[in-house]
Design a protein around this ligand. Structure first.
Ligand SMILES: [Zn+2]
Length: 349
């Protein structure tokens, strides 16, 4: 999910009753969906409807990759106002790699994705590295579809994260943010951990809600109130006692008219992130991205055992470093996340 994108969609008040012969499964009044945006999406986009997909949870994960999905493409083109979007079909070698990577994810991830992801799509020149969106199933049950940028199949994890995190800052010739890792795996491995955490969150409600539209569809009771409470007062507002002034200015890929920060402000940002247990710059946006990045940090560094470090260079001289997996608050929150995964496993047993 990307909140900034959600805001770019116009909310159009629709008639209270669905028209006769409408292709949508929605035949309840808009009030039943809590917010016109939700109602509009379900009405207008079959990509939001479970019945659109040929859902086969018994089939291998690569069978979920679809390159003929015109309705999902139409949704994404409208959503981002990018009519030029094209779907990319991964090569046989890339599909094998995805299959291999999928089996490296924690069991709770594999199980949830198999049960609740209706389709996986790769887009050329996507606006960001990935996106997870809800799909409305029977009895208002939440399913999801997941989108990745094609570059996640071409770049390594550090390359992908460096490209992403550098978009926070005004370009400056003397400064460079570098991400170092001993992993040379492809970025899609990291992005599966990130996007599939959103899937877990949509389905099992780990944060209070993943995006403002999905809060009207949630079915599962909040899985934990310990993970987010010490950091977030609201969706994108840090608790006053831990607030740092640069946090609201953290943007990516030019969203929210960014970038709004200079590289030297990292001197204030990294301590602010450490105090809040935020695992990356991307995590500092809101509680949903915080969870996705905390979980990805856990999976990359603890579960797979890779290192991860950000370095700020000035004229090729390293002036600052940051290692998320060594921060005390992040360690505490990772332990809490592991407890949450265990609780989920117990619930399913
Ligand atoms: Zn995300």
């Amino acid at each position: 999910m990307k909140t900034t994108r959600a805001l770019s969609l116009l909310v159009i008040l629709l008639p209270l009753v669905a028209s006769i012969g409408c292709r949508s499964l929605v035949n309840e009044p808009v009030a039943a969906y809590g917010w016109p945006r939700v109602y509009k999406d379900i009405q207008e986009y079959p990509a939001r409807q479970f019945s659109y997909y040929e859902f086969r949870p018994d089939r291998p994960i690569v069978d979920r990759i679809n390159w003929k999905a015109s309705e999902v493409l139409r949704y994404l083109r409208d959503y981002d106002s990018k009519p030029q979007y094209k779907i990319y079909e991964p090569s046989p070698v890339e599909k094998k790699q995805i299959e291999r990577y999928f089996k490296l994810l924690p069991p709770a991830y594999q199980e949830t994705v198999k049960k609740y992801v209706t389709g996986i799509y790769f887009i050329e020149d996507f606006w960001g590295n990935g996106l997870t969106e809800w799909v409305l199933g029977p009895d208002k049950k939440i399913y999801t579809f997941v989108v990745f940028d094609k570059s996640t199949l071409k770049q390594t994890i550090p390359q992908l994260l460096q490209k992403r995190d550098s978009t926070c800052f005004h370009p400056a010739p003397d400064y460079r943010l570098s991400i170092a890792s001993n992993s040379r795996e492809l970025g899609i491995l990291y992005m599966m951990a990130h996007e599939f955490t959103h899937v877990l969150d949509y389905v099992y409600n780990i944060t209070p809600y993943v995006d403002s539209s999905s809060k009207f569809l949630k079915q599962h009771p909040l899985l934990t109130d310990r993970l987010m409470a010490g950091t977030w007062a609201e969706y994108d507002k840090i608790v006053p006692q831990k607030f740092f002034a640069e946090q609201p200015k953290i943007t990516f890929y030019g969203f929210r008219k960014g970038p709004h920060l200079s590289y030297l402000q990292i001197q204030q940002i990294w301590p602010g992130m450490a105090a809040n247990g935020l695992a990356s710059l991307y995590a500092a946006q809101n509680w949903a991205e915080d969870l996705a990045e905390l979980a990805s940090c856990y999976i990359l560094c603890d579960y797979w055992g890779y290192s991860l470090r950000s370095d700020l260079y000035h004229k090729n001289q390293k002036i600052l470093s940051w290692q998320p997996q060594k921060q005390k608050e992040i360690r505490k929150r990772i332990e809490e996340f592991k407890k949450t995964l265990n609780k989920l496993a117990e619930e399913k047993a």
